[in-house]
Design a protein around this ligand. Sequence first.
Ligand SMILES: [Zn+2]
Length: 288
Amino acid sequence: MRTFSLKIHHLFLCRYLPIVGLLLLGSSVCALELKGALSQGGMLVGRVSPGTIVTLMERKITVDNDGTFVFGLGRNAPPEIKLVTSNGKGEEEYHIFAVTQREYREQRVDGVPQKTVTPPAEVLERIRREAALVKQARKGDSSLQDFQVGFVKPLEGPITGVYGSRRVYNGTPGRPHYGLDIAAPTGTEVYAPAPGIVKLAHEDMFYSGGTLIVDHGQGVSSTFIHLSEVIATPGQRIETGDLIARVGATGRATGPHLDWRINWFDVRLDPDLVLKNFPSVETTILDQ
Ligand SMILES: [Zn+2]
């Protein structure tokens, strides 16, 4: 027979007051631990007893041998999410979490090459092909746990674009912006924000120019675009702080900057939230 129980969680309770939580709300309330931003664009790292099956909104999440799992909330994630934990023997718990809803600003970007706003018919096939490569690179569910050591900024510089903003390119509304834009002169060194394995290195994609994708494990990946030079190579193991690329203005860009994106599979996350909630345990290499 299947049994169900429902838990309404307050994240702070499980993060900071596990003992009080145990006393107030019963012994199993913190069998599920979550760390991260319960917000649109947030990345969450969870822990359950090994062997537990975790499902997020009908999607089964990989749980590794020590009970760790990770998931992300997209730009338009709903106000409430449901996680189901199950012991595989018919006992299930429903965990309901509130998700902070954000407001996104509009950002007008003028001066990008017009062909990147209204692409001519002859490049549509190229655009499709490149999108498929990117999709494939982000699909892997590797057993790496590199996201667990946290993240550093891949370089320092003024922030010129943020996650989620509605973009208007040369007056034409485009898709929202998902990266963190950090302005720097062409040729500036880009360092690995976290360890991982290089999944894709491409010299020149139509929209994103020089493009690099790094797998940090369990669906979490970083994407770096508009690069003038891609240094890391597919299959290469990289560590935090390794030189992986150089800043450029290739693809749909008005000037040199790094556009850094973080995904959980196809779900786009906010690198700024990830940096704030998962600062690297390694010292700030860029301040030396
Ligand atoms: Zn950007």
